[in-house]
Write a protein of this length. Structure first.
Length: 297
């Protein structure tokens, strides 16, 4: 089984940099990714993939294997080279030891507390004891995002749907002060094995950043190109008003467009628009927030 999966990965790596030669091994997701690169005059010039089996379930003549693949893509964009990385979770089905099906698991977005983050009706009470000035260190936020993009810091709680928790950690490491404990509907914090909705829920963070008057806060801008390192993008994949995902800007391409890091489906230096995501729909909406601090007046 491992040999068949290894052959599959080798074919996918070849597909990243050339036309697929074998229909059996063709991966539609790779073709979508290549098309999204081509739209902005970029291309994958080299690719590498490493797989790791996470779980194997056997029942008579059938077997199911859950595995993880770490992809690395060397991207060329208008003469600029950069490395994009992502981790895919996949499921393979075998019958009598022969691979009969292999698919990427859907990119789960949202939050473990999503039901709590649907409405923006949470308190923004400005308690004096919570009013802490700060200077946002964008470099430190990005350095943290790079260190932990494919790992989990044991100093923080880990969630199955971890995207907003990861972004909160990056912002906190950049100097944003926690405030509001222990009211989960107030402020932005993680403390004593508890946390605010705005810390861990994508939709709650989407409303907290522009609504906050002190501590972690930000200003909405009208275009992704206006975002700086350490800024935040919020995603409403269905366009239904409930935001599902959060990323942090960690780089820019040759056109000055953001490249982002994210958790849940861990990715690094991914193009901000997420058009290659299984969660993407034509109805997608974005919110672009530049983080402000006490140096902004």
């Amino acid at each position: 089984m491992r040999e068949q999966l290894q052959e599959l990965l080798e074919q996918r790596v070849l597909q990243c940099v050339s036309m697929p030669r074998n229909q059996l091994h063709e991966c539609p997701a790779i073709e979508i990714k290549k098309q999204s690169f081509a739209k902005r005059s970029a291309e994958i010039v080299k690719a590498k993939a490493n797989g790791r089996v996470e779980e194997k379930v056997e029942e008579k003549e059938n077997a199911t294997v859950l595995y993880e693949v770490h992809f690395q893509y060397l991207i060329k964009h208008r003469g600029l080279f950069y490395m994009e990385e992502e981790v895919e979770k996949r499921q393979a089905e075998f019958y009598k030891g022969v691979l009969v099906k292999d698919e990427k698991l859907t990119e789960i977005q949202g939050s473990h507390d999503d039901r709590e983050g649907i409405l923006p009706a949470f308190s923004q009470r400005e308690d004096e004891q919570d009013r802490k000035g700060f200077r946002y260190d964008r470099l430190k936020a990005v350095q943290y995002a790079e260190r932990w993009w494919n790992d989990f810091n044991p100093a923080y709680k880990k969630f199955e749907v971890d995207c907003t928790n990861y972004i909160s950690q990056c912002l906190h490491q950049g100097g944003a002060p926690m405030r509001g404990y222990p009211n989960r509907s107030n402020g932005w914090w993680m403390q004593n094995d508890n946390w605010s909705f705005s810390w861990s829920v994508a939709n709650a963070m989407r409303w907290h950043i522009p609504g906050s008057k002190f501590g972690l806060r930000g200003r909405e801008v009208d275009h992704a190109q206006k975002l700086k390192l350490g800024d935040v993008i919020c995603y409403d994949f269905e366009g239904d008003g409930r935001f599902d995902h959060t990323t942090i800007v960690t780089g820019h391409d040759a056109d000055g467009m953001p490249l982002v890091n994210a958790h849940t489906y861990n990715s690094r230096m991914r193009y901000w628009a997420y058009e290659d995501s299984t969660a993407y729909t034509p109805n997608i909406k974005y919110k672009f927030f530049t983080i402000t601090d006490d140096t902004d007046g």
